[in-house]
Design a protein around this ligand. Sequence first.
Ligand SMILES: Nc1ncnc2c1ncn2[C@@H]1O[C@H](COP(=O)(O)OP(=O)(O)OP(=O)(O)O)[C@@H](O)[C@H]1O
Ligand SMILES: [Mg+2]
Length: 213
Amino acid sequence: MSQRGKFISLEGGEGAGKSTQIAPLVAWLGERGISTKVTREPGGSPGAEEIRTLLVTGDPSRWSPVTEALLLYAARRDHVDRTIEPALAAGSWVLCDRFADSSVAYQGFAYGLGDHWVHALHESVLGSFWPDATLILDVPVELGLARAKTRHGDEDRYERMDRSFHERLREGYRAIAAHAPQRCTLIDASRDAEAVQSDMRAALVGRFPELGR
Ligand SMILES: Nc1ncnc2c1ncn2[C@@H]1O[C@H](COP(=O)(O)OP(=O)(O)OP(=O)(O)O)[C@@H](O)[C@H]1O
Ligand SMILES: [Mg+2]
């Protein structure tokens, strides 16, 4: 039986660079003989991708914060059951573009439900299942939103939240990193993509020494 893989999540606000950084990370892990499963939230399984559309398109106020958190956790449970857990069990490392910290940051901090409320929901739905490591990409709100604008498509519901929402979001992520240093590394993502990638790799080597060999 293969050894269980590691579960790594990438977090950060809109336009921080999460999606950009995944491919070079996969290539680097591959050079170390590690097979990876790349996935994302909201979504990552057929059912959860359907729920994604409800969350990332349309009017910013279409859901109450509680309903939105429940939709996210319905999607997350399906994603864990059908995509993440089977990949980890098969020995792949899972790289997830957003996971539960997004709910803590967006619904807990930015919408104001509170991080304790989201943690209680998480515990009910997923028990103690959390990533082995989380890299949080931190950028000033203005820079992240300017970057996000360069993309196309209609998945912009969160981008259209007001400025103070994004400020609370950034502070939320910084609080998450401060409260869970055993799992989370805060990365200065305001620099060029290569410098950010280099810090991400260094953080992973620090957490998983087998990567440094
Ligand atoms: N370090 C960087 N410097 C300059 N531009 C960047 C950097 N990282 C990413 N970008 C560009 O910024 C835009 C947003 O990046 P990306 O889509 O990776 O962000 P994201 O964190 O995935 O955002 P979202 O949460 O909205 O999905 C892209 O056009 C990308 O090419
Ligand atoms: Mg993205």
